[in-house]
Ligand binder design. Structure first.
Ligand code: ZN
Length: 162
């Protein structure tokens, strides 16, 4: 399971401040790293990083594994060094959806912006904000510590599309 990928600078600062990361120049910030945990019998296997074959494969693609590091060992971490730090421009070239269209999207809303929200939430993107979308928005808000009202306004929107 991949549980973290691209991070904002702010999120990285937070992790450094609470000792969970050692660098402010993380490959996560430039979209060239992800963190994963093996799933063993349906559970997160935090002591099960004996994945020689998979790690070897990742390395053959150009990844560096945090489990090989001396000092600060970071088993969940794989970073793609490619041609160096910040050289993968894929993220920058990806067209960004409008962060906040200027009006609140909520139950009953329809159209392109609803579709973008649905895609971001990983649910069926039928462009109609019905009960399933409402529940997905609420779950997302709860997970991200936002006030849970099922409405996509500026705060939920910026969290969703950051
Ligand atoms: Zn990491």
């Amino acid at each position: 399971m991949i549980y973290e990928s691209t991070r904002t600078k702010e999120r990285q600062e937070e992790l450094v401040d609470n000792g969970k990361s050692q660098t402010r120049k993380s490959y996560h910030i430039v979209g060239q790293a992800f963190d994963f945990v093996p799933i063993v019998n349906g559970k997160e296997g935090w002591n099960s990083y004996d994945l020689e074959l998979y790690i070897k494969y990742a390395k053959s693609l150009g990844f560096t594994w945090g489990g090989d590091w001396k000092g600060f060992v970071d088993e969940p971490h794989l970073q793609f060094e490619y041609k160096g730090y910040g050289t993968d421009k894929t993220l920058e070239n990806k067209p960004k959806p409008p962060v906040y269209p200027g009006k609140i999207i909520k139950k009953g809303s329809k159209g392109k912006n609803v579709q973008l929200v649905q895609k971001e939430l990983g649910i069926n993107a039928d462009s109609i904000f019905g009960p399933i979308t409402d529940q997905a928005v609420r779950n997302f808000q709860k997970k991200n510590g936002l006030s849970v009202d099922g409405k996509v306004g500026p705060i939920t929107s910026s969290k969703l599309f950051n």
